[in-house]
Design a protein around this ligand. Sequence first.
Ligand code: NAP
Ligand code: GDD
Length: 323
Amino acid sequence: MTRTALITGITGQDGAYLAKLLLEKGYEVHGLVARRSSDTRWRLRELGIEGQIRYQEGDLADACSIQRAVIKSKPQEIYNLGAQSFVGSSWDQPVTTGIVGGLGVTHVLEAIRQFCPDSRFYQASTSEMFGLIQAERQDENTPFYPRSPYGVAKLYGHWITVNYRESFGLHASSGILFNHESPLRGLEFVTRKVTDAVARIKLGKQHELRMGNIDAKRDWGFAGDYVEAMWLMLQQDRADDYVIATGVTTTVRDMCRLAFSCVGLNYEDHVVIDPQFFRPAEVDVLLGNPDKAARQLGWKPSTSLDQLIGMMVDADLFRVGRE
Ligand code: NAP
Ligand code: GDD
């Protein structure tokens, strides 16, 4: 029998890769799309799946629209990926970030509780919840200490997921995912900002790259690998929480070095430090321990940072070259 999934945030990086994965597995895929004045489906087009999705109009801030989407799609699996996901913007839009990324989770959980209590639920939690890290390598037992309105909102989303699992027995899992990137990453995030700039500088369309704190360290993986982990979590008999990471951390500086070296350039000749890109509070270092995911889900990342950045630089060179 065909399985049905509903994805919120289907127009985002992860939503697009997850939709492709589920379609390949034979799922009927429904996607929640918020009303916007301009086109948001470019990633789905890029992956060649725009016409295979059943779209449900709705917004995570609007509980009625979430209920309607759940009732209409009757999903066996619900992946809640929708959020204002850019940490930097969360200080400028703290309330929206909290309503969508925090309370919005309760809207989905309530709809499940009332209309499809047997559905399985995935919550897109984040390593940003670890913030000011309380352990050198962060795992499922590491205490949280969020450092941005985004991290605080996501912490609410995480705990309400755990709470609905424990209170109502929902099959609700929380994936604590570390940074994951791809050629479909938004241009505001640091890896894509850098690979896009590398392509422009190489092709003579830009000369410098203005950056914030390049001493920050992140555990970066490939988004295509990480959506596999989301799906695996919902195939388990028991819902649970999992850290998904590579177990390797790298400075933004070294990621820049790597990206510029892909086209034979030296990052030091082009990167300019600009205070406007520093954050009110920084997450200095993230380093995940994905042992539980390896043990229980059989999940392992398949893409190194070198491969990932190489793939992103190639894609940006191709795109910028055709502009
Ligand atoms: P993304 O590219 O920024 O996509 C965010 C998605 O959320 C978009 O489809 C967006 O729709 C949708 N959205 C925003 N506001 C909404 C609202 N009010 N109602 C319904 N949908 C709304 O993010 P991503 O990188 O794919 O990440 C997916 C999820 O994982 C997010 O929740 C993010 O916080 C979380 N996460 C990401 C990472 C990472 O490294 N990528 C790591 C850990 C956790 P529009 O296209 O219409 O704006
Ligand atoms: N965006 C950006 N732009 N970041 C910069 C810049 C810059 O010019 N210069 C330095 N950085 C540093 C940031 O200060 C941060 O320490 C690091 O690069 C990564 O920034 P982002 O790529 O914007 O990602 P993030 O780590 O803040 O958040 C992403 O990962 C989280 C998981 O840890 C997002 O995808 C979140 O949604 C996700 O939850």
